[in-house]
Design a protein. Sequence first.
Length: 276
Amino acid sequence: MKSNHCCTLALVFGLAFGAVQVNAQCGDPDPSNVILDDADIWHITGGDLLTVLANPFPNNSQVGNYIAARTVIDQPIEYFRIISNQHFAQNNTSVFTVAEDLENEGGSNWWLFFESSTFDIVGSIECEDCEFDDDCDDGDECTTDECNEDDEVCVYTPIDCDDGNACTADSCDDGDCFNDVISCDDGNACTIDSCDASTGCDNEPMDCDDGDACTADSCSAGVCESDPICGADDGCCDESCDPGSDPDCFVCGERWDRCSSNSDCCSNKCRRRRCR
């Protein structure tokens, strides 16, 4: 069966973090295979050299494995492949030389804040030897199984189910691709929910503007509301119209007139059903 490589990563600063090895191939770091955990960084002698004081003490068998640690606090764990390891008898220390340069851009070395912290050493994913494609089978119908003729190792590549549509959730099950339409419902009745194949979900607020400057337009539970505005400074009170003969005429309430909302009053203040 295909390895999923979902596991607990290195303990750095005493915390456990989980991650998935995406499309991991043989030779990549295998976080599920912790060879040496919580090794104390004793000193860093250069940009790509790590001197460690570890228990149990690492030896030359660590070459080809990986150091799992962070170069920046709160950033994802990075893996640094060990390309050499020399044992120092004094103080039971060991010097790792890694493939990547551990020196920060500013020139300061890790040990300035990694001192008295921890990292893990993890093994690499084992390779399966092969001569032909038929020699490779991970039991997963959602991968293509091939033999890399140059290295003579199996390579398992996930089937690409991406339909290029941002409005679908793409997955694979038993070798079949599924592109399920996603829901763009934001639970807000006052937005128009839609999806664009290029950009994904869009939740556009409903346009409740009635074009009348003398109304306050809003949306409630999917229904547009346009409450009259009446004030001496905005010109929305037309004292010349007759509400008895003109159904569109609105005259704001004066002080002590009955009201049900602030918009009923010229002062825009309705308290205890009276304009104030």
